[in-house]
Ligand binder design. Structure first.
Ligand SMILES: O=C(O)CCC(=O)C(=O)O
Ligand SMILES: [Fe+2]
Length: 113
């Protein structure tokens, strides 16, 4: 069971990106237990990279669209991950119309400290 107690919020403009990294700011206990990181994607699609090494050449790539939720916990807790690029103007039109969200990508990661 996981009950998140923090969320990091990232906003990416069309040129936004985030280098490959591991999430290590949580407590030792949280990391040891493999408590999941749960990122929500809202807005423009991201080309998301992940892999076992900090090596862009070896990383797998997946497109994270608005509404997608990732979970990395357990054995995957310390995976390297990052955002290679944002695909401009890829957010659902209905989201932009209904929410006043500016163009770009909003990412919320729920975590257990
Ligand atoms: O934007 C994302 O999908 C990932 C964000 C992330 O890795 C982080 O905040 O540590
Ligand atoms: Fe991260």
């Amino acid at each position: 069971m996981m009950s998140p107690d923090i969320s990091i919020v990232n906003f990416y403009s069309e040129t936004g990106r985030l280098g490959l990294h591991q999430d290590r700011d949580e407590s030792g206990e949280s990391i040891r237990k493999g408590m999941p990181i749960v990122p929500f994607s809202i807005g423009d699609t991201a080309e998301f990279l992940y892999g076992e090494e900090r090596d862009v050449e070896k990383a797998e790539q997946v497109e994270l669209e608005s509404g997608d939720v990732l979970i990395f916990g357990g054995e995957s807790r310390m995976i390297f991950h990052g955002v290679k690029s944002i695909i401009p103007n890829s957010a659902p039109m209905s989201l932009l119309n209904d929410s006043n969200l500016r163009t770009g990508r909003l990412n919320l990661t729920l975590r257990h400290f």
